[in-house]
Design a protein around this ligand. Structure first.
Ligand code: C2E
Ligand code: CA
Ligand code: CA
Length: 705
């Protein structure tokens, strides 16, 4: 989680706040002080004026009050007051007294507020009862008030812009009671002007003082503000640094956390991969042997508790090794994947399909009521091989052999069930492949037999117990002996007669075939040399060659030394090699070329059943094609079979190769082949493989005759 540095708070701006506040406060203080001063000076002024008025009133009172008193009786008749003859006299007397003083007006009131006299004659008879100053004076307390008049009528003329102090002063009788009120207007303008002047200067001085104070304060506060700003700045810097370090550390922690997460995820993935690898076959993705064993044992537990049985199908591809050897491992792998996918698509859900390795698959079927159900399922799986597999833009035909074992009767545990299904499969292969067989207890002994055969075969080869029989090949044009094929025969004193179809595959699988091949070659060469020495001119003797022999680096040397040992012309010896052997052997062309250089003849055995392409055939230094017995069987049976034989013959003619037809049993077949242009015929029709003595006895005479 990304963490952002918090925005540093703006530093407190002391100076502007202080500036405003102190300006406000100082303004207030100044105006308060100025106001108070003004008020105070006005008070002082009034007090002064009041005193002055009081002393002046005394003058008027002393000189004129008896006259004014004479007007009192007229207090109830305002209209007569105006006309009173004394008014003029009084006015002159008052003005006389006023002259030389600041008094600009004098008014005299009766206690009822009626103006008895005024220097301004118009005002005589007006009532002043409502005036507070009058009332105060009437009550015995003098009262003054200051007023600024824009215009006021003085006794001589009209005055403008004047500050006037009017003072009501009570006039007491001898008994102390108030008899009347005098109001005196004093011109205070010069005094007020003077005091305002002073006031102004004072205010200015205060303002200046305040200003200086303000500036001094601002200097101090400004300095403090700068210190605060600096501190705030360094605090912000420290904060930013802290934020940066926190964010860096957070980032580090997040990265570490992510790495940890990644590592955990990676470990989980690795564990999952290991688990998958441990339990799955990497090529096909099917469960492997380990998973198969685990699931089989669970399935057996379930089956033991339930009523239904469990079948184990052991599926092995036929001649897969040939595909692998001839087409390469890559194609072999693709084929295995295709087979796995096809099988998987047809294995019922819930049943298990696993690959044990190589071309071996197993299928565990649960919940079967009868064994027949397993047979039917195996049959369906076999039928999947009827369609070719499309691998790398070529169609590959393949078959499989399936062995079936059934729980309860064929084994209580997984290992036994698997071994027995394997045995049944092995038997299915032995019975001709492309089929399924159920396990029977007799099969176990077949396996034991196999082991027995291998053990005895090893001994037989060591002591030369293997015989070689010879089967004639007859030239079609002359009917004479064309050659002989040397075929291994084994009569074991312990096991009895055992055919090559039985012991050759065992020899090949156990590796005994090299020694066996050497033995047959040696015996054949010796026999040929013997015949030649005896005057039996056998045109050639052919021996069968297995892939292991062909692959041996020193094989051509062995042949060469053999020919030398028996002083044989190389052209009398022929090697029969099947197409699959040629394809399987590493660098077969080189090996065959070396052999050919010795002068030995080469023949392709079982031609038509393998995979060799015509282009490849072209490169091989062979002289003969042996047409496989399966094609000969087609002769007489229909047009197709004969057409194949014809096309093989014409192909051989094109390549200038001799042709030998194998397994010819009938005159019809021999007839057809002769007419079709086949070079030679081999088969029971002319003769079975015979021991050397019998062979020479039979064919020496024929050659001679
Ligand atoms: P192959 O090379 O195709 O040999 C021919 C087989 O056909 C022989 O079987 C022969 O007895 C049989 N045969 C000949 N004519 C007829 C006929 O008219 N009808 C029928 N039904 N069969 C006929 P054999 O001797 O049992 O040999 C079987 C295979 O064993 C041979 O097939 C060959 O591939 C292999 N084999 C035999 N001897 C040797 C050997 O010394 N070395 C190697 N590497 N393989 C050998
Ligand atoms: Ca042969
Ligand atoms: Ca053959």
């Amino acid at each position: 989680m990304a963490r952002h540095a918090s925005p540093s708070a703006r530093p407190f701006r002391l100076v502007p706040y202080f500036f405003l506040l102190s300006l406000l406060l100082m303004g207030c203080a100044t105006s308060l002080m100025a106001g108070y001063l003004r008020h105070y000076s006005a008070e002082q002024l009034l007090k002064l004026e009041k005193n002055r008025a009081a002393s002046l009133v005394q003058i008027f009172e002393n000189s004129l009050w008896p006259d004014f008193r004479s007007l009192l009786p007229l207090a109830g008749k305002p209209d007569r007051l105006q006309q009173a003859a004394r008014q003029v006299h009084l006015r002159e007397a008052v003005i006389g007294l006023m002259r030389g003083t600041d008094v600009i007006k004098l008014k005299v009131y009766a206690l009822n507020g009626l103006t008895l006299f005024s220097t301004d004659a118009k005002q005589i008879g007006e009532n002043e009862w409502d005036n507070d100053g009058f009332r105060s004076a009437a009550a015995g307390v003098p009262a003054s008030e200051l007023a600024h008049n824009h215009s006021i009528d003085a006794f001589e003329h009209t005055l403008t812009e004047r500050d006037i102090v009017s003072t009501y002063v009570p006039v007491h009788r001898q008994d102390g009671r108030v008899e009347g009120v005098l109001e005196l207007y004093l011109d205070a303008t010069p005094f007020v002007t003077d005091s305002e002047h002073q006031l102004w200067w004072l205010t200015l001085a205060i303002c200046a003082l305040m200003g200086i104070l303000f500036i001094a304060q601002m200097l101090v506060v400004g300095h403090a503000g700068r210190i605060i700003e600096q501190q705030a700045k360094s605090l912000a810097d420290a904060n930013r640094d802290l934020d940066r370090r926190v964010s860096e550390r957070t980032h580090e922690l997040e990265t570490a956390n992510r790495r940890l997460h990644d590592e955990i995820a990676e470990r989980r993935r690795a564990e999952a991969t290991l688990d998958r690898l441990a339990h799955h076959d990497t090529l096909t993705g099917l469960p492997n042997r380990l998973q198969f064993q685990q699931r089989l044992s669970h399935a057996l537990d379930r089956s033991a508790m339930g009523e239904h049985g469990l079948a184990l199908l052991f599926i092995d591809l036929d001649r897969f090794k040939d595909v692998n050897d001839t087409q390469g491992h890559h194609i072999g792998d693709l084929l295995l994947i295709a087979v796995a996918n096809r099988l998987l698509a047809h294995v019922p859900p819930g049943d298990l399909l696993a690959r044990l390795g190589g071309d071996e698959f197993v299928c565990v079927m649960e919940g079967l009521e009868k064994q027949d159900a397993a047979d039917a399922a195996a049959g369906r799986l076999l039928s999947l091989f009827e369609r070719p597999f499309d691998i790398g833009s070529q169609d590959i035909y393949l078959s499989a052999s399936i062995g079936i074992s059934f729980s309860r009767q064929d084994g209580a545990d997984g290992d036994t069930l698997l071994r027995n299904a394997d045995l049944a499969m092995y038997q299915a292969k032995a019975a001709g492949r492309n089929r399924c067989l159920r396990y029977t207890p007799e099969l176990s002994s077949a396996l034991e037999q196999r082991v027995l055969i291998e053990r005895h075969l090893r001994q037989a080869i060591e002591i030369g117990e293997i015989d070689v029989h010879f089967q004639p090949k007859i030239a079609c044009d002359s009917g004479e002996l064309y050659g002989a094929e040397a075929l291994a025969r084994w009569h074991s004193p312990a096991l009895g007669e055992i055919g090559p179809a039985r012991f050759i595959p065992i020899a090949e699988e156990s590796g005994l075939i090299e020694a066996l091949g050497d033995l047959v070659l040696d015996k054949s060469c010796r026999q040929l040399a013997q015949w030649l020495a005896d005057g039996f001119a056998v045109p050639s003797v052919s021996v069968n060659l297995s892939v292991r022999q062909l692959e041996r680096m020193d094989f051509p040397q062995r042949v060469e030394s053999m020919l030398e040992r028996y002083a044989l012309p190389p052209s009398l010896l022929e090697m029969e090699i099947t197409e699959s052997v040629i394809m399987a052997a590493d660098d077969a062309v080189a090996a065959l070329t070396t052999l050919r250089k010795l002068g030995v003849r080469l023949s392709i055995d079982d031609f038509g059943t393998g995979y060799s392409s015509l282009a490849y055939l072209h490169q091989l230094p062979v002289q003969t094609l042996k047409i496989d017995r399966s094609f000969i069987l087609g002769i007489g049976g229909g047009q197709d079979g004969e057409a194949i034989v014809r096309s093989i013959l014409s192909l051989a003619a094109n390549l200038a190769l001799d042709t030998v037809a194998e397994g010819v049993e009938t005159a019809e077949q021999a007839d057809f082949l002769r007419k079709a242009g086949c070079s030679a015929i081999q088969g029971f029709f002319y003769g079975r493989p015979l021991p050397a003595m019998d062979f020479s006895a039979r064919w020496r005479d024929a050659a001679l005759s």
